[in-house]
Design a protein. Structure first.
Length: 155
């Protein structure tokens, strides 16, 4: 039986995760996963090993979760930049990948990027200020932004 392709997968193909677009990417990913009825994997606990004497039904449920998790992980990795793929391809489950991405790109990081960039763009030299001190402050702010995966395009 041939696997039916997801008609909405083009949503995540066109909106690859770059970092700053994490919230939008996650919303689109959930739409795609939910049409395949596998979105539950991102919200469920990672199942542990089954106890001795587990029923066949319990084995089937665990097997299905792992199959669905593999499919979710593939969707996630396929919809990231190459750099993010390399960072996450060795992670064992999609919930672990999601947790790591949330740590990297959560709203707190977005707010930090905003605050630092605002501070950088408002910087001005004042009468009598040391040029070296001013430049070092700017460099420090730019490095902080780079650490938060903030990029500036200069023409």
């Amino acid at each position: 039986m041939a696997q039916r392709s997801n008609p909405l997968s083009c949503i995540i193909d066109e909106n690859r995760l770059t970092g700053p677009n994490f919230s939008d990417w996650l919303r689109n990913l959930r739409i795609v996963l939910n049409i395949d009825r596998i979105g539950y994997v991102l919200d469920s606990k990672i199942p542990g090993p089954l106890p001795t004497g587990a029923t066949e039904e319990e084995h089937d449920i665990l097997r299905k979760w792992h199959e669905d998790d593999m499919q979710v992980k593939c969707y996630m990795l396929a919809s990231m930049t190459n750099q993010l793929q390399k960072q996450h391809e060795k992670m064992q489950t999609s919930p672990k990948i999601l947790n790591h991405l949330q740590e990297l790109f959560s709203e707190n990081n977005r707010m930090a990027r905003y605050q630092i960039s605002k501070q950088l763009f408002k910087m001005k030299m004042h009468e009598g200020q040391d040029v070296r001190e001013h430049v070092h402050t700017m460099i420090r702010l730019i490095k902080q932004l780079e650490a938060l995966d903030f990029s500036m395009d200069f023409l």
